[in-house]
Write a protein that binds this ligand. Structure first.
Ligand code: GUN
Length: 303
């Protein structure tokens, strides 16, 4: 068997086509959605994610405003930038790229973001509203994965989804959304993590296996049931002297071997990554509509 490749770029392009109507409508009301992007420090991966987000804003007609702080920035300095963006009427969405150089600052920084501008869905209010099934901004990677599955006609309802990884950004919210009532949920969900005994025993039971581990090629072919759908959230840099950059990106899944067993699989790059950015754009357009524009009936959004 050779797996169908789930093309994240193609699904993201569909979402951008849908957003373009909403952007036109906002523009006719004089509104260009604005995204404030905060990058602290010079983590190369974070810098490249932020660049990709800003580039997409420019491509689809959003305005992005970047704030870059040095790695030694104090909590007060970061909070001052967030406050400035909170008060800026032209800014609809605020994104603080994670991880921060000092991860202990993250709870205070995320809680300082105005919930109606929290397009990452990381503010405790949005997390709580999501858990209760109330309208909320959903985190971009989990929501993007659901969009990728639904738009690729992968059945979620009744499926056994196994999520490997319990981060606040991906694993935990994704496990919740998959188990929620509704057209993108109704799955039976298992969450695995570093303390899971015999990981393979769980992963082999998955109809949908989601790897959000952060370790290159941690999911091998023998951990995957024949015919499973495999979603690879990992973006790991591994040394490659043949590349000018000196590295290449690999996922958390041993793509070549697993693709022989799975029925469908996401590549890295070009799988989940483009959907994360697409959902950030969708959330920012929704935030702009809610704050300053006419509401759309066709939005790809949970807010
Ligand atoms: N770091 C990894 N993923 C994300 C994301 O979706 N948003 C932010 N702000 N930081 C991240």
């Amino acid at each position: 068997m050779s797996a169908r490749i789930l093309d994240g770029r193609a699904v993201a392009a569909q979402i951008y086509a849908e957003l373009s109507d909403r952007l036109r409508r906002l523009e006719s009301h004089g509104v260009v959605p604005g995204l404030g992007v905060v990058l602290v420090g010079d983590n190369p991966a974070s810098r490249s994610y932020v660049t990709a987000k800003e580039k997409t804003c420019a491509q689809i007609g959003l305005r992005s405003v970047a704030h870059t702080l040095r790695a030694t920035a104090t909590l007060r300095e970061i909070l001052d930038v967030v406050e400035q963006l909170n008060h800026d009427e032209s800014i609809d969405g605020i994104l603080v790229q994670l991880p921060l150089p000092d991860p202990r600052m993250e709870p205070a920084v995320l809680e300082a973001i105005r919930p109606d501008k929290d397009v990452d869905g990381f503010h405790p209010l949005n997390v709580g509203r999501m858990l209760l099934g109330l309208p909320a901004f959903w985190p971009c990677t989990p929501h993007g994965i659901l969009q990728l599955l639904v738009r690729s006609n992968i059945p979620i309802q009744g499926a056994h989804a196994v999520v490997v990884g319990r981060s606040h950004i991906v694993g935990r919210p994704l496990a919740h959304l998959l188990s929620m009532k509704g057209p993108m949920g109704n799955a039976t969900v298992t969450i695995c993590h570093t303390h899971t005994r015999d990981l393979a025993e769980h992963t082999r039971r998955a109809d949908i296996l989601i790897a959000a581990i952060g370790r290159p090629r941690a999911i091998t072919a023998e951990m995957v049931r024949a015919g499973a759908v495999v979603v690879d959230v990992g973006v790991n840099r591994v040394p490659d002297p043949e590349r000018p950059s000196g590295y290449r990106l690999v996922g958390d899944v041993d793509f070549e071997q697993v693709a022989k067993r799975a029925s469908a699989i996401t590549p890295v790059p070009g799988g989940v990554g483009p959907l994360t950015i697409a959902m950030l754009m969708a959330n920012t357009v929704t935030a702009a509509e809610r704050r300053r524009g006419p509401r759309s009936s066709t939005e790809v959004s949970s807010a």
